[in-house]
Design a protein around this ligand. Structure first.
Ligand code: PLP
Length: 386
């Protein structure tokens, strides 16, 4: 199979699998006081330190979670409620309109089911945040800002230094979802000036179901899960020692090979984009042109008339695993909220294709998808009467 869906999930690293198996041999609840519990606890704390070092934070700042979704929910709801508890005038939550649903949906829930005022900041046609609109939305009534480090559909990297500077002027904490950025960009909490960052293990070759919210000490963060008081009561629940160990190993490896992988994947991407432009001229490759402003591993395009589910089905039949980049319900791809935020019509936003490259991608995979695409696109367009 030609696997071009690394933005959805990445193959588990052998090193991470071994770390998981090794840690799973240790009996004991990491919160128990006996020797077995203390050994399990040592595994978690060693992992926490390694994850912290990899993302430029201190170990107590790493709040382990069940993945990126939980960390995003904790950031959005926890920061909004936490800041509002300090200052009840702060009811306005600000997010970008191209956030992953793990940010967008809790933010909309707070607006519809609780008393938050929500502002979704738009993006330009390349998917980059409108900083002027952000500036206008920020004042002493803002509770929190969440803008992703890099977008999972089109790969646009957001101007976070500007976001941080604008928010700081109004005392507003900033969270960034760095789930897609972690494999390729220098995700460093302290250097970034951000207050909280979401990371997830399975996008860097770790297991699914492990992630972290890396949050500066002293941040007002209301817990969502109450219980045994683990992790300073911000996130209760028995600690997952094998998951933490595997995550730490995966992120260590990802950071060690980050620079070389970025260059290698960028070269593959260049070949893929060149091939796409010559073989499927009706496709428009989206996202920023400047390589510094986008992820190296994502090629996202709009192919008018070629509905995503048809193209994906035909590519799958040719042995290529790809994605539309957006959600799918009952086998039908929904119009991408990211593509629409970038100005595409709902019809075109249902005709997206995301090919995401990664650690296991080779030139042969690029050649395979380029050979399969023209026919898949022609048949998908014919199916819709074009
Ligand atoms: N945020 C982004 C940008 C993602 O791409 C994903 C996964 O697709 C998530 C959050 C959710 O992470 P998880 O699958 O670990 O819950």
């Amino acid at each position: 199979m030609t696997y071009l869906d690394h933005a959805a999930t990445t193959p588990l690293r052998d090193t991470a699998r071994e770390a998981w198996i090794e840690a799973s041999r240790q009996l004991g609840n990491p919160s128990s006081l006996h020797a077995a519990g203390r050994r399990a606890r040592a595994i978690v704390e060693d992992a926490r330190e390694r994850i912290a070092a990899a993302v430029g934070a201190d170990a107590p700042e790493v709040i382990l979670t069940s993945g990126g979704t939980e960390a995003d929910n904790l950031a959005v709801k926890g920061l909004h409620w936490g800041r509002a508890a300090q200052d009840p005038a702060r009811r306005r939550l600000i997010v970008s309109s191209v956030e992953h649903h793990a940010v967008l949906d809790p933010a909309r829930w707070l607006a519809h089911r609780r008393d938050a005022e929500l502002i979704e900041i738009g993006v330009d046609p390349a998917g980059v945040l409108d900083l002027d609109a952000l500036d206008t939305a920020l004042d002493h009534e803002a509770s929190a800002v969440s803008v992703m480090w890099a977008n999972n559909e089109v790969g646009a990297v957001q101007p976070l230094a500007d976001v941080v500077a604008l928010a700081a002027a109004h005392g507003v904490p900033v969270h960034a979802d760095a789930v897609q950025a972690l494999p390729y960009l220098d995700v460093h909490l302290h250097r970034s000036g951000l207050d909280a960052v979401t990371v997830s293990a399975h996008k860097v070759g770790g297991p699914v179901g492990v992630g972290a919210l890396v949050a500066r000490r002293g941040l007002p963060l209301e817990p969502l899960a109450h219980g045994g008081g683990q992790q300073r009561s911000v996130r209760s629940g028995t600690l997952d020692a094998p998951g933490a160990a595997a995550f730490a190993t995966a992120v260590d490896d990802a950071v060690a090979e980050r620079a070389s992988e970025r260059a290698r994947v960028e070269r593959l991407r260049t070949h893929l984009v060149e091939g796409l432009r010559s073989r499927v001229p009706e496709a428009t490759v989206t996202g920023p042109l400047d390589a510094a402003r986008r992820l190296p591993g994502i090629v996202h395009c709009v192919i008018p008339g070629a509905r995503a589910e048809s193209v994906l089905f035909l590519l799958d039949a040719a042995g290529v695993a790809a994605s539309s980049g957006s959600a799918c319900t009952a086998g039908v791809v929904q119009s991408s909220h990211v593509a629409m935020a970038m100005g595409w019509s709902p019809e075109d936003a249902a005709c997206t294709l995301r090919l995401s490259l990664g650690r296991t991608t080779a030139e042969a995979d690029v050649a395979t998808v380029l050979a399969a695409l023209p026919d898949a696109v022609a048949r998908a367009r014919a199916a819709s009467g074009l």
